[in-house]
Design a protein around this ligand. Structure first.
Ligand code: DAH
Length: 343
């Protein structure tokens, strides 16, 4: 028994001095001392040779020795698997979990949704139309008959398969589709993507987005148009922003106008963005041309209406002071993640 105790003491010193710099060595330790054929099992086997009265204390010594060896093995394992850091340093269960990356809405979607929400408050419903259009909805019904010189104003992509098909360059074609349904009054906005045969640059792109507006009822006047757009601008850009109308030409409206807002950057005093005029153009509009009403079977003696169309990219660029249109379609996360849903 005394001999055995002496042996255990020696082994304890040996264990204390054992070092391991990798997991294999720690495993060698386990096999040598704690394994199925290891030292501790072997010493336990000596129990049968220990005198009856010493069995209990020998058992206690062996248990304590086993706990001692196991603790050493745990320490070796931790030191070798965690690059020398103790296990307690490695796992802190009280730490918050790694955040999952959450996407954000595209700025164009945010602004489109905002435009839609503002007009919905005025009673406008959302209408949509196809991006591939027929000549009729796109040109003829919009008062641009074949050979009309204004057809050249559009940089249209045609579709080889069928000369009657094209990619819409504006959302005005949805107006025709709605008017043809014949349900009056009409009060709609049409958000959608449009395509133009343009060279891509900071200011132009071959696809972008528009929101079209159309209101047809009895006694609709230009004053209604002005008031509606004024409300929109104030809701979108703030109460201090001013508007002005300039006469213009669109085949589908008469009279036609373009609307400017006072420059958001300089407040109207003149800067690079407004080219020192104090104003920036945001949309085209006018009173629906009676020919359109007639083309779509609406009595132009009884009904009048106004229409407008604006570019979503343009509004977004003004709203967030973005200088390059290409950023919207490059999908660079560094750009996209800056936009929160609160606008
Ligand atoms: N469709 C025109 C464009 O793309 C914008 C426009 C102007 C729409 C006048 C209208 C309108 O509805 O009445 O430039």
């Amino acid at each position: 028994m005394d001999n055995l105790l002496l042996t255990i003491d020696q082994y304890k010193t040996e264990i204390n001095n054992f070092t391991a710099s990798d997991t294999e060595t720690a495993e060698t330790f386990r096999i040598k001392y704690l394994g199925a054929k290891g030292l501790i099992k072997e010493l336990m086997g000596e129990m049968k040779n220990v005198a009856q009265e010493n069995k209990k204390s020998f058992g206690q010594v062996m248990n304590e020795f086993k706990v001692f060896a196991e603790a050493k093995y745990e320490a070796l394992k931790a030191a070798t698997t965690n690059n020398g850091k103790a296990a307690s340093d490695e796992i802190d269960l009280s730490l918050p979990a790694d955040p999952l990356p959450v996407g954000s809405r595209h700025p164009i979607s945010l602004v489109r949704n905002r435009i839609v929400a503002i007009f919905q408050r005025l009673g406008f419903a959302v209408a949509e139309g196809p991006e591939i259009e027929y000549d009729w909805h796109y040109f003829t019904a919009l008062n641009l008959p074949e050979n009309h010189p204004a057809r050249d104003m559009q940089d249209t992509f045609y579709i080889n398969q069928n000369p009657d098909w094209l990619l819409r360059t504006h959302t005005s074609s949805v107006q025709v589709r709605e008017m043809e349904k014949g349900k009056l009054p009409i009060r709609i906005i049409c958000p959608g993507r449009v395509y133009r045969n343009e060279t891509i640059s900071a200011r132009a792109h071959c696809f972008f987005h528009q929101v079209e507006g159309l209101y047809i009822a009895e006694n609709v006047s230009f004053a209604d148009l002005k008031q509606t757009l004024y409300f929109f601008v104030q809701e979108m850009f703030g109460k201090e922003v001013k508007i002005r109308f300039r006469p213009s030409y669109f085949p589908f409206t008469e009279p036609s106008a373009e609307m400017d807002i006072s420059c958001l950057i300089c407040g109207g005093t003149g800067c690079n963005v407004c080219k020192h005029t104090g104003w920036v153009e945001i949309l085209g509009c006018g009173m629906v041309h009676p020919n359109l009403l007639d083309n779509c079977g609406i009595d132009s003696n009884k009904y009048t209406g106004f229409a407008f169309g604006m570019g979503v990219e343009r509004i977004t660029m003004l709203k967030y002071q973005i200088k390059d249109l290409r950023l919207f379609s490059e999908n660079d996360v560094r750009f996209l993640k800056q936009f929160t849903s609160a606008i």
